[in-house]
Design a protein around this ligand. Sequence first.
Ligand code: ASP
Ligand code: MG
Length: 420
Amino acid sequence: MALIVHKYGGTSMGSAERIKNVAKRVAKWARAGHQMVVVPSAMSGETNRLLGLAKELSPSRVSTAYHRELDMLAATGEQASSALLAIAMQAEGLESVSYAGWQVPVRTDSAFTKARIESIDDKRVRADLDAGKVVIVTGFQGIDPDGNITTLGRGGSDTSAVAIAAAMKAAECLIYTDVDGVYTTDPRVVPEAKRLTTLSFEEMLEMASLGSKVLQIRSVEFAGKYKVPLRVLSSFTPVDIDVNEEAVSGTLITFEEDEKMEKAVVSGIAFTRDEAKISVLGVPDTPGIAYQILGEVAEANIDVDVIIQNVSKDGKTDFSFTVNRNDYQRTIDLLKEKVLPKLGAQEVVGDTKIAKVSIVGIGMRSHVGVASKMFKSLSEEGINIKMISTSEIKTSVVIDEKYVELAVRALHKAFELDQA
Ligand code: ASP
Ligand code: MG
């Protein structure tokens, strides 16, 4: 008998019929002798619907007071789905109780709409489990030190589930979703993409931050910090499949890096179209330039990703970096207003039609020539690389957006990921 946490995404909770299926699946695990904590998302579309209503009512959307209400509002989505699931569990003949984040409590900081979990009190949940109940805890939400309801950012139920699994020292946290695991790349782009049976935690962290949308990045960080074994699996397999079979399906994100993992030089290819490139041209090449440019950007709370600086002969340099596409205009305006005059730089230019493609694999640590193989494969397709960045287990390139699918397909083939 083990303590297991299940997390169900919005699609899995999308209708009364689907909630009934979730209840049947959880009941199967409970009857196999496990102590079950279940963390559901809101029914699909519900969070968007609620936030859409708020947007209709408020033209100015900047104040803390407004964000507080957004959390008060959005948290109701998970409260409803959790209660519905508890009702469905009871109809399955199991004792079940649901709790909102504040009732557990799941304590967070006060950053409305993107709060971070600080601690979880597991007493109440544990007492219910010991009394034989299936416990449902709302995803996505908590309570701040002043007693306000907070939410954890879009996709935050993943993080709730992992945090609860960590707090309760669960044997495993199973993330049920509408795909059956983590793939070598997006199967919509490469139909030959293969499901990975295991992936190291570090690789998952890179994949999540590089654009694979399977898990919220914070949930992976949390899993890493507290060493929570995570499994991503489908909630659309027949509910009556054997529990032992289900327990080994999907993709396991593990902390044990074995030989097989090292052998696969590249495990996956991630890509994102979320970024935009900005270049400040004709900057004097003197100490402190990077700081003067990026310091202003950081001050405005804008995240910078890939950075390059080219030195030219006449003592001037071009400085380029990428930001999230949503921050593009704001960054350009800021540079024109504050940085150009100060630096005496000539011009700011930008490009929003870029994409970032990355190869990820812990095998890159022990193999040489991986990046050059990537560059070769891109050059054979006639794809121009605009920027490059690397870390121990990944290489990313920035290219024209129109080549992203071609690049991903070529790399998937070059690294033989279709043969896994
Ligand atoms: N319901 C929230 C959202 O749509 C949280 C989640 O589903 O993980 O972002
Ligand atoms: Mg999600």
